[in-house]
Structure formats: structure tokens, C-alpha cells
Design a protein around this ligand. Sequence first.
Ligand SMILES: [Fe+2]
Length: 343
Amino acid sequence: MTHTRRTFLTGAALALGAAVTAGGAAAVAQQAAGADKPVLKFKNGKFRILQMTDLHTAYNNPHEVAQAEMTVQKMREMLAKEKPDLAVVTGDMITSGVELLDGGLEAAWENITRPFDQTNTPFVVTFGNHDHERDATMAEQLAMIARAKMNLTYSADPTHPGAGTCCLPILASDGGEAMRLWFFDSHSSPVIEGMGGYDWIRNEQIQWYRAESAKAEQRAGHPVPGLAFFHIPVPEYWVVHQTDAATGSAGETPGSPELNSGLFTSMIERGDILGIFVGHDHVNDYAALYKGIALVYGRKTGFGAYGDLERGGRVIELTEGKTGFDTHVSTPLREELYWSYWK
Ligand SMILES: [Fe+2]
């Protein structure tokens, strides 16, 4: 077990102390999550996120149906073990064969969202490239997911490409806005012919992030620290992969877009993102630091995903009043790859 603590002097800009007014932040939270939805809030000074990823549920034959059941069972085991305040599934949730399943695509999404509803665990999903292969639009799929009572995923701007690009605040115990969680649809193949590789997080989404980040800073009087979740790693992962700054398994070259749309650069310019958490590359589960932002892979959860890593998830633990996070990989039987990033 290794435990790396990195300490940086950054001045007071990211300090958590000066939260926005309680009423203002609560209004933001309610607007984001919906009036009847749970509000994310530090409890006893802690907030625990469980990232699961690459479920790859498929229904083409009895073997895949059995694998999908094993995957949902793994999700249940992880939820029971970690009891997170929020679960995030970072993409590739449904792979194929939904038309062969009783109830079709809706039933496939129900299979995935049911464990969250049954354990009263608020959850967000970010769509992966395989989720874009269904016949339904991303907005239609998000509407199916939104039937789950614990779902917090929404589209902040329905005109954005894809669906589910959104932000949720985590409130401090006094009701102020302590942190922000950002979620992006990272799409599938480029819509522009001849580009090859994977699509990129689009300019509209980046401009939205920049505007909302600036608004949050204005309310708080300082950049509000945040974490970002999406499926396909940004190209900056190539750098940490090549420099071997990684903690954990680095079994394959990051399947990033060939073109860099500048999300990471915008995060540097805005100065509020502490870490990015992705899926997509099933045999990578490392965490590394690049120019002050943690680049982290989740541990794959689905049995339909390639690779031999033990199925599980990644735990991210936040501490109220501190800027950073502790994280480790968790499976039903073990915890490993402890890593921390505190400013
Ligand atoms: Fe995948």
C-alpha cells in the first residue's frame, strides 16, 4: 500500500472557508438537483463519492445476461460496503442487445439505476462512447434514467451536444457552497467526417463550464474547488502515462481524442478543478498529478469490460474545510492504491 501526500502552497484563493451565503447556495443546489431531489452536503466533516465505471452490460446471449447480473450484483456489493454520499458512473453502462431484453432499453437502464434507488444513494451518470450507440437519443436515455428517484443527472443546457453535462454543488455544514462536482458527456466518434479517433468535449460545454465556474467564483469570492467526471480521458492523460508518474495500473495507452479541445486548459485558467476522474481504458486505474490537476482513472466495475483487474470502484473522500481529496480503489474484499492530493 502506498500513500502519497502532496502539499502545495497556493495562497488563499482555493480556501474553503469563505463559503457563499447559505440561502444562495441552497437555491443553487435546489435548482440543479430539482426540488424533490436530495441535496449533497458534508456530514460530520466528510463527503464520500464512489466512482464506478464501464459496466458494459449487454444482453445478446445468456452469457452476457449473466455477466450483466454479476455486474449489478457488484454494484450492490460496492454500495453496501462504501455507503457513499454520491455514486458516479462514468460511462459505458450499456453495450448492446437491449432489444432482446424484456422492456428493452428502459429495462436496461432500470437494471443499472435500481441499486441506487434501493439503497437511497444519490447518483449521477456520465455517458460513454458505447452509450451513444443506442437507437434512442441521449436526451431520451437521460429521460429514462431520470425516472429513478435518486437520479441527480440533468442537462444544464439541453442545446449542448449529448446529454447530462451538468454541475452539482456540495454544501458545507453551514449551508454554504463548499465544492462543485462537474459532469460532462464526452461523446463517441467525431461528427466531423475524416477526423478519426474519439470525439472531444465540445466548445459549447467548455464555455458553459467557464461561465458557471466564473459565476460560482463571483458568489463565493474565490474559485470554488471542484472535481470533474467524464468517460473519455482528455489528451493530457497521454503525458502522465508517458512520464510514468502514475500510481496504479497503466496497462494501455489512454484512448483520448486525437484533437485537444482545450477543456484541461480552461480548467487551469479557471483555477478551480482539483481532479478529473474518467473511465474508458479498462486496464488503467492510476492517479497522477499534472500541472496541479489530478488525472485519475476509476476501477472498472463491469464484467463485460475487457481486462483482468478485479472489479470494483474508486472511493473519493472529501474533508470539509480542506481543499483536496483522498482516494483509493475499493473492491468488495480489499482497498488499495491509496493516493491523496491536498492543496
Ligand atoms: Fe468501456
